[in-house]
Write a protein that binds this ligand. Structure first.
Ligand code: F6P
Length: 345
């Protein structure tokens, strides 16, 4: 059988490890593997190339994706479904392995309902996909953010400053919570809990009144924030839209830093980690998880488990309904966040 692999959405450390694993496992099943260029776009535009053991060798540790990626949604393109199905028929593609997050896998769910034989692999540094304990890429992003917080800690302490660290997390605060806990943050602000800046400023003032002269504040980019008393909380965006038509986030760190300095009088600086969190080599943990997902996804195709996604449950890789992964977001549970809060202040 001929199978095709695509990577969609924001890139993520470990994508190449999945691709390599699919190709290597395909030998067992006698599959020929095609790589689709730039996510669903590869199927819309019939743009692909052959993936072999040779062309996928030496990519396990490499960040990014050798296939390229995009946020193009075939259901938002004129005659998108027909174009996809035409490419599938023309090339005799027996199944598609879609490696992606919420957007890519929502499209995969619909494609499956339309008759495409598709298997999903959960990818996102945000770790917000339901039905899997973890996505690959998250561990790497947390490690990068934790390293940054450690470095900011020493300079914050030396200068007696407040340091605000803006991390990714459009809908959820997994990266903020994990890296904040690992880095000993004094305040963590997440999309799950709307924030009143007056409370954060008071909290910092109380902490400094007890003799601690520096603070680390970690804020997820998608956190809803109230700056002016009485007004509703809002998300901070650059004003531009991304390829999928969603507001481009970013800027909340700057806003929080300016407001904290104004309200507390403490010198406050900001560091925005941005795409550094997604770039470069995956951690050993993510390489192993991505490899296990890739092998399992290939086996799912062999077993005919279509409309499903490889997922991590405990330490096992299992198959779950694709629709379950995207029907709702996996948020940081209050009980988990309460543990992080023990160390605030
Ligand atoms: O992959 C999800 C994510 O990390 C979000 O947290 C963030 O909003 C988004 O990527 C930003 O990606 P880009 O700048 O590539 O649109």
């Amino acid at each position: 059988m001929k199978i095709a692999v695509l990577t969609g959405g924001g890139d993520c450390p470990g994508l190449n490890a999945v691709i390599r694993a699919v190709v290597r496992r395909s030998t067992l099943h006698g599959f020929e593997v095609m790589g689709l260029r730039d996510g669903w776009k590869g199927l819309l535009e019939d743009n692909h190339f052959r993936l072999t053991r040779e062309t996928t060798s030496g990519i396990l540790h490499r960040g990014g994706t050798i296939l390229g990626t995009s946020r193009v949604n075939p259901f938002k393109v004129d005659h998108g479904l027909e174009k996809v199905m035409r490419t599938v028929d023309r090339n005799g593609i027996g199944a598609v392995i879609a490696i992606g997050g919420e957007g890519t896998l929502s499209a995969a769910t619909r494609m499956s309902q339309e008759g495409l034989k598709v298997v999903g692999v959960p990818k996102t540094i945000d770790n917000d996909l339901n039905a899997t304990d973890f996505t690959f890429g998250f561990d790497t992003a947390v490690q990068i953010a934790t390293d940054a917080i450690d470095r900011l800690h020493s300079t914050a302490e030396s200068h007696k400053r407040v340091m605000v660290v803006e991390v990714m997390g459009r809908h959820v605060g997994w990266i903020a919570t994990y890296s904040g806990m690992a880095g000993g943050a004094d305040v963590i602000l997440v999309p799950e809990i709307p924030v009143d800046l007056a409370n954060v400023a008071e909290h910092i003032q109380r902490r400094h009144a007890t003799g601690r002269l520096f603070s680390i504040v970690v804020v997820a980019e998608g956190t809803r924030i109230r700056v002016v008393p009485g007004e509703p909380e809002h998300i901070v965006t650059s004003g531009a839209l991304d390829e999928a038509g969603r507001p481009r986030l970013g800027g909340i760190g700057q806003l929080v830093a300016e407001e904290l300095e104004r309200r507390t009088g403490f010198e406050t600086r900001v560091s925005v980690l941005g795409h550094i969190q997604r770039g470069g080599s995956p951690t050993a943990h993510d390489r192993v998880l991505a490899t296990r997902f890739g092998v399992h996804a290939c086996d799912m195709v062999a077993r005919g488990e279509f409309g499903k996604m490889a997922a991590l449950r405990g330490n096992d890789i299992v198959s779950v309904e694709l629709s379950k992964a995207t029907s709702e977001l996996k948020r940081v549970p209050p009980k988990f966040f309460e543990v992080a809060q023990v160390f605030f202040g």
